[in-house]
Design a protein around this ligand. Sequence first.
Ligand code: ZN
Length: 165
Amino acid sequence: MEVTEVRIKLIEEGSDRLKAFCSITFDHCFVIRDLKIIEGTRGPFVAMPSRKLTSHCPTCRNKNHLRAGFCNQCGSELDRDRIDRDEEGRAKLHADIAHPINSVCREMIQSRVVEEFHREIEKSKLPGYISRYDDIDLDPPEPHFDTNHRMMPQTEERGFGKGIL
Ligand SMILES: [Zn+2]
């Protein structure tokens, strides 16, 4: 299995350790989106897409976020010991949706994404740079409207010249 494409959306300066979102394609046929590139103490690393963990209220069974002290539905006080912790005592509040199951695969994805991340930073310094990350959703392209609510030709949106309308 091979990572055949990486698309990156850089986050503007000023945000914290989150440097970019990205998607990866395996073998030209399977895409995983919403990976994050995070600046760590030993350089950038890749975080897999994840979801927030929840737990059920013992009284009414409503799902609550793990940090909630009280149930959103019935107001019962929730057990603060319900949060799992890792070896270093950090709260486990998220679970990966998709992730590699061995270090060879993790390293393969990580090195490819970080390489593309550095390349993307260089590309972003060039005039006319556009991130390709969001393009995945543009199939078919959305009709584009100008301020007078008229349809505009696609060339206008892409900046290749003035529209004809
Ligand atoms: Zn409840």
